[in-house]
Design a protein. Structure first.
Lengths: 592, 403
C-alpha cells in the first residue's frame, strides 16, 4: 500500500463525481419515441403531446389525470413543466458541478501541501481540504433543497387547485409556505438517485484518498527494514494470506455446502408435510371438480414425488429462481429481495447502536469492578436479558405511540407502501422515493428524499430501541467479562510496571484484545437476530422477512416458506463463515 | 482425651443437634425414621384436619376431591418444613465425624458442601431460589388457589360486581377480565404451569441429547466426532425460532395425523429440546476433550476401566458445573422461546400460556394494557429468577468462572 493507491482512489473519485454531475441531464429522455401516447385514452391537452418530446415525456410521467384536474389552465401547466422542472434539473446539475470544482480545488490544495516541503503539515492540510469539501457539499445540498422544495410546493399547489397557475408562474405573488405541505408522492425522476449515490461514493473515495497517504508516507530506511522483516499491518496481511489460513478458510467454505443441502432437505420435508395447499387455495371456490384439483396440483408441481420436487426446487434455487408464490403468483425472489432489506435495516441499526452503547459501558463497568457503576450496568444487562422482546416492545408502544405520548408510529415501516425491489431502479426507498424508470423530475427530489428519510427514521425508532435493548444486554456482559479477563493478564501487569498511563493500558492494550470475542460475536449475532426477527416484526407489523414468513405459514405458501428459510440459512452460514475468518485473522495464536 | 470427645458427642445427642453427616458415619447410626418421625406425624395430623375441614365445609367439588387437596397441601407444608430444617442445619452444621477408631475429627468439606456454602452467602441467589420454589409450587397447586376457573367465563355474567368483559382490575378480579370475560389473575396463575413445564422439560431433553452426543464426540475421536460435530454445525446454523415455528406448525396441523395427537406443550417441549442442544454439545465435547488428556483418565484406562466407566465416573462429574449453569440459563431461554412461539399465535386455544395471553391482549392494548403487560411481566420475573439462579450457581460451582 503506497501512495499510488491513494492517488488512484482520488482519480476514481474525481471521475465518479464528474459523471454524476452529468447524470441528471441524461434523465431527460430527449429522444424517446411517443410510444406512451396510446395509454392516454382521451388526451386532455393537445399541447402536451405535440409540443416536443421533452414536454410529453415529462407530462406523461406526472400522471396525466392530475393535469386534467387543472382543467383550463393546462397550457400554463405545460409551461410550468417546461420552465420549472428542467430549470431545477439544471440547477442541481450546476450545484453538482460547483461541488465538484470545490472538491478538485480542495484536494489539489491538499496534494500541494502534502507533496511540498511541508510534510509535517500534511494532515492539517488534508483536514482543512476535506472541511472545505464538506462545506461545499453541505451548501450545495441546502441550495438544492431550497430549489426543489419551492418547485415541489408549487407543483403540489397546482395539483391541489389552491392556486391558479398564473399565480404560480409569478414568483412575486406566490408564497410556497401558503400551500398546505403535503406528502409529495409523485414518482420522481429516479436517474438522479443513482447519480446521487455515485456522487456520494466518489466523495467517500476521495476523502479516503486524501487521508490514506498520511498514514503511509514514503517509508524511511528503518521503517523499510521493519517492513521487510514483517511488522504490524504487513505481518498481519502476510498472516491472512498465508497458505495455512487460506486453506482453513477454503475448508470452512467447502463444509458449508453439504450443511446447506442437509438443512434444505430437512426444511423441505417438514414443509411438504405441513398440509394441503391445494385444498386451501380451492377453499371458497364454487363447483370444484376433481379435475380442477388435479390441474391445480399439477400446476403447483405437487404431483411429483417429494425427492423430485426437492431436486427441482434446489436446481431452481441455484439459478436464482425460488418459484412463484402460491397465493399471489409473484416471483419469490422479487418478494424476498424487498423484504431482506427491511429486515436487515432494522437489525443492523439496532446492532450498531447496541455495540456503540455496550462497548463503552462494558469497559467502564470492568474498570470500576464491584462499584455501583458495575452493578447498575450488570443489572441493566440482566434486565435486557430477561425481558421478553415483545413485552418491552408493547411497553414502548403503550408509552410512546398513539396510545400514550404519540411521539412515534408503532406500525409499518413507511407511510406509503414500500417498494418491493432492492438494487433496482425502483427502490432505495430508505433514502428516497421514486425510481429512474418512473417519475418526473426532480423538482422535489430532495424534498421527497428528506421527507421519506424522516418518515423511515421515525418508523424505525421503536423497533430499533426494542432490539437494541435486547442486544445490548448480551454485548455488555460479554465485553465486561472479557475485559476483566484481559485486565488480569501478565502483559497488562507488564504495561503497568513500565509506567504506562491507565488510559493507554485500557484502550491500547486491553481493549484491542477484548475485541477478539466481540468480533466473533458479529457472526453469531446474525443467527440470533435473524431468527428472532418474526417476533419483533409481528409486533410492529414491520414488512420484513419474519412477518411475511408467519403469514406464509398460515396460508401454506410453500415456496415462500422455503425461500425465507433458505435465505435466512444462507445469511447465517455467511455470518458463521465471516466469524471464522475474522477469528483467524484477528488472533494469529489460534491453532487451525 | 477420648472422654472429652465422647462427652461432646453426648452433648450433641442431648441437644438433638446431630449434624446430618453423622447419621451414617462410624459407630453412631441414627435411623432416618427417628430423624423424620415427627414430620410424618405432623403430615398425618394436617392431612386429617384438612380432610375433615374440607369435607364438612367445602362445596361439592371440594368435597369430592377433599383427600387430594388435603394431601397436596400437607405435602407442600412438610416439604417446606423439611427444607427449612435442612437449610438451618446446613447453616449451623458442625463438620465433625467419628472415625473408625472412635476418634472425632473435623470433616473435610465435600465439593457440594463447599458449593452450598458459597451459594448460601449470596443473598440474591437465595432470594431467586426461593422465588423459583414458590413459583414451582404455585404451578403445581394453582387449581386450589385460583379464585375463578381460568378457562371459564363466570365473570362475564358478573358485570355488576366488577366482572364483564375487559373490566378494570378490582378487588374481586385482581387482574381484570380479558376479552372473553375470563379472570386474568387466575389465568396468570394457571399460565405458570405451561411455562415452567416447557422450560424445565425442554432443557432436560436438550441436556440429555447434548451431553450424550458431546461426551461421545469428545471421547471417541475420529469419524464419531466428525459426524456429531457436523450435525452440531447443522443445528447451530439453523435459524432457531424460524425452524421452531415451522416444526410446531408441521406437528400440530401437518399431514401426519398421528402427530396431531401430541398435546401442545409436549410439542413445544420436543421442538425446543430437539433444536436447542447444539451449543451444549459443543461445550461438553470441548470440555471432554480437555479432560481426556489428563493423567488421571490415563491412569484409569491403564487400570482397565471401561470406556463407559471412564465417561460416567471420571469425566462427566468433572464437567458437571458448566452443564448445570448452562442448563439453568437454558430453562430461562426455554421459557422465553415458549412465550415467543405462543405470542406468534402457535399455541393451542385450550392451553393457557402467558405468551398467548399477550398475543390475545394486543388488540385491546389501548383500553386494558394490563391484560398484555401482566402476563408479560410474569414471564419477565420467572426468566429473571432463572437467570439470577444461573449466575449464582456459576459463582458457587466454579469461583474461577466468576466475572
Amino acid at each position: 500500500m503506497d501512495k499510488s493507491v491513494a492517488i488512484s482512489l482520488k482519480i476514481i473519485g474525481f471521475i465518479l463525481i464528474f459523471t454524476s454531475a452529468f447524470i441528471p441531464l441524461y434523465a431527460i429522455d430527449f429522444d424517446s419515441e411517443p410510444a406512451d401516447t396510446e395509454i392516454i385514452p382521451d388526451n386532455p391537452s393537445g399541447l402536451l403531446v405535440n409540443s416536443g418530446n421533452l414536454v410529453r415525456v415529462l407530462a406523461f410521467k406526472v400522471d396525466y389525470r392530475l393535469l386534467t384536474f387543472v382543467g383550463e389552465d393546462h397550457k400554463l401547466t405545460a409551461r410550468y413543466l417546461v420552465e420549472e422542472v428542467p430549470s431545477s434539473i439544471i440547477v442541481l446539475s450546476a450545484t453538482l458541478w460547483f461541488v465538484m470544482i470545490f472538491a478538485i480545488l480542495a484536494t489539489v490544495l491538499g496534494q500541494v501541501f502534502q507533496s511540498g516541503g511541508f510534510k509535517r503539515r500534511g494532515l492539517v492540510a488534508d483536514i482543512s481540504a476535506s472541511l472545505l469539501l464538506l462545506v461545499g457539499l453541505v451548501s450545495a445540498i441546502i441550495a438544492m433543497n431550497q430549489t426543489l422544495h419551492i418547485a415541489s410546493d408549487k407543483y403540489n399547489a397546482v395539483v391541489a387547485g389552491q392556486f391558479s397557475t398564473t399565480d404560480i408562474l409569478n414568483p412575486i405573488t406566490f408564497n410556497p409556505l401558503d400551500s398546505t405541505p403535503s406528502y409529495f408522492n409523485i414518482e420522481l425522476l429516479g436517474m438522479i438517485q443513482p447519480g446521487f449515490y455515485i456522487f456520494v461514493i466518489g466523495i467517500l473515495l476521495m476523502v479516503t484518498g486524501i487521508f490514506l497517504p498520511v498514514n503511509w508516507q514514503q517509508p524511511t530506511g528503518s521503517q523499510m527494514a521493519r517492513k521487510m522483516g514483517g511488522f504490524g499491518f504487513f505481518k498481519w496481511i502476510k498472516h491472512v494470506t498465508s497458505l495455512r489460513v487460506t486453506t482453513y478458510i477454503m475448508r470452512r467454505l467447502l463444509t458449508l455446502i453439504p450443511l446447506f443441502i442437509a438443512i434444505s432437505i430437512m426444511t423441505f420435508v417438514m414443509v411438504s408435510g405441513m398440509g394441503d395447499p391445494v385444498s386451501l387455495l380451492l377453499l371458497g371456490k364454487q363447483r370444484v371438480t376433481e379435475q380442477d384439483r388435479i390441474n391445480l396440483t399439477r400446476k403447483l408441481g405437487l404431483d411429483q414425488p417429494i425427492y423430485v420436487q426437492f431436486i427441482m426446487w434446489f436446481y431452481n434455487l441455484l439459478h436464482g429462481d425460488m418459484g412463484n408464490s402460491f397465493t399471489s403468483g409473484q416471483s419469490i425472489s422479487n418478494i424476498i429481495g424487498g423484504l431482506v432489506w427491511e429486515t436487515l435495516k432494522l437489525q443492523l441499526a439496532a446492532f450498531a447502536i447496541a455495540l456503540l452503547i455496550s462497548i463503552p459501558l462494558g469497559i467502564i463497568a470492568a474498570k470500576n469492578q464491584n462499584t455501583w457503576i458495575d452493578s447498575s450496568a450488570s443489572a441493566l444487562a440482566l434486565l435486557g436479558q430477561s425481558m421478553p422482546i415483545f413485552v418491552f416492545g408493547l411497553l414502548l408502544i403503550y408509552i410512546f405511540s398513539g396510545y400514550g405520548l404519540g411521539w412515534f408510529p408503532a406500525a409499518k415501516a413507511h407511510r406509503v407502501p414500500a417498494p418491493t425491489k432492492v438494487f433496482s431502479g425502483e427502490t432505495w426507498a430508505f433514502l428516497g422515493g421514486g425510481g429512474w424508470k418512473t417519475g418526473l423530475g426532480w423538482s422535489a427530489w430532495w424534498g421527497n428524499v428528506s421527507d421519506r428519510l424522516l418518515d423511515s427514521l421515525v418508523h424505525m425508532v421503536l423497533p430499533t430501541v426494542t432490539l437494541t435493548f435486547a442486544f445490548m444486554a448480551l454485548y455488555t456482559r460479554l465485553v465486561r467479562s472479557t475485559m476483566l479477563e484481559v485486565l488480569q493478564q501478565d502483559y497488562i501487569l507488564a504495561a503497568r510496571a513500565n509506567g504506562l498511563s491507565e488510559r493507554i493500558i485500557t484502550w491500547k492494550h486491553a481493549f484491542r484484545n477484548t475485541l477478539i470475542p466481540v468480533i466473533t460475536f458479529i457472526g453469531l449475532f446474525l443467527a440470533t437476530a435473524l431468527a428472532g426477527a418474526p417476533i419483533t416484526e409481528s409486533l410492529f407489523t414491520w414488512p420484513g422477512l419474519g412477518q411475511k414468513y408467519i403469514i406464509a405459514i398460515g396460508f401454506l405458501d410453500f415456496p415462500m416458506i422455503l425461500g425465507t428459510t433458505a435465505v435466512l440459512t444462507i445469511l447465517i452460514l455467511i455470518g458463521n463463515l465471516i466469524t471464522d475468518i475474522l477469528y483467524v485473522a484477528v488472533d494469529p495464536r489460534l491453532e487451525l | 482425651m477420648r472422654e472429652i470427645f465422647s462427652k461432646r458427642v453426648d452433648n450433641y445427642m442431648k441437644e438433638k443437634r446431630l449434624p446430618n453427616s453423622m447419621r451414617w458415619s462410624g459407630a453412631l447410626v441414627v435411623s432416618w425414621k427417628h430423624y423424620y418421625f415427627k414430620y410424618v406425624i405432623e403430615f398425618l395430623a394436617i392431612l386429617v384436619t384438612l380432610f375433615v375441614i374440607f369435607f364438612l365445609t367445602g362445596s361439592t367439588k371440594v368435597r369430592n376431591f377433599a383427600i387430594v387437596y388435603a394431601i397436596i397441601i400437607a405435602a407442600v407444608w412438610i416439604v417446606l418444613r423439611i427444607g427449612w430444617k435442612l437449610f438451618r442445619e446446613s447453616v449451623t452444621k458442625q463438620e465433625i465425624i467419628i472415625a473408625k477408631d472412635g476418634t472425632l475429627r473435623e470433616r473435610s468439606p465435600s465439593q457440594w458442601s463447599l458449593v452450598w456454602r458459597r451459594y448460601r452467602k449470596n443473598k440474591i441467589a437465595l432470594i431467586s431460589g426461593a422465588i423459583i420454589i414458590v413459583i414451582t409450587i404455585l404451578a403445581i397447586i394453582y387449581p386450589l388457589i385460583v379464585p375463578f376457573s381460568p378457562i371459564g367465563i363466570t365473570p362475564l355474567y358478573d358485570s355488576w360486581n366488577g366482572g364483564g368483559a375487559l373490566s378494570n382490575p378490582n378487588l374481586k378480579y385482581p387482574g381484570g377480565t380479558d376479552i372473553l370475560g375470563r379472570d386474568e389473575f387466575s389465568r396468570i396463575l394457571a399460565g405458570s404451569e405451561v411455562s415452567l413445564t416447557v422450560g424445565i422439560f425442554s432443557t432436560i431433553l436438550s441436556v440429555i441429547i447434548g451431553v450424550t452426543l458431546g461426551a461421545l464426540a469428545g471421547y471417541f475421536r475420529g469419524w464419531t466426532e466428525e459426524i456429531i460435530m457436523r450435525l452440531t454445525d447443522m443445528f447451530l446454523a439453523l435459524p432457531f425460532l424460524v425452524i421452531a415455528i415451522l416444526a410446531v406448525a408441521f406437528i400440530r396441523r401437518g399431514r401426519l395425523v398421528f402427530l396431531r395427537q401430541i398435546p401442545q406443550s409436549v410439542v413445544i417441549i420436543l421442538v425446543l429440546g430437539i433444536f436447542g442442544w447444539a451449543g451444549l454439545c459443543r461445550l461438553v465435547s470441548a470440555n471432554t476433550r480437555q479432560i481426556y488428556n489428563l493423567d488421571y483418565v490415563n491412569a484409569a484406562r491403564v487400570l482397565g476401566a471401561s470406556n463407559r466407566r471412564i465417561i460416567m465416573i471420571h469425566i462427566l462429574p468433572n464437567i458437571l458445573a458448566p452443564i448445570i449453569v448452562i442448563g439453568t440459563l437454558a430453562i430461562a431461554g426455554g421459557i422465553l422461546a415458549e412465550a415467543g412461539l405462543t405470542f406468534l399465535g402457535l399455541g393451542s386455544p385450550t392451553t393457557i400460556s402467558w405468551g398467548q395471553m399477550v398475543n390475545e391482549a394486543q388488540t385491546v392494548l389501548k383500553i386494558s394494557p394490563e391484560l398484555a403487560l401482566l402476563p408479560g411481566f410474569a414471564i419477565f420475573f420467572v426468566v429473571l429468577a432463572f437467570n439470577l439462579l444461573g449466575d449464582a450457581l456459576r459463582d458457587a460451582l466454579d469461583p474461577r468462572l466468576r466475572e
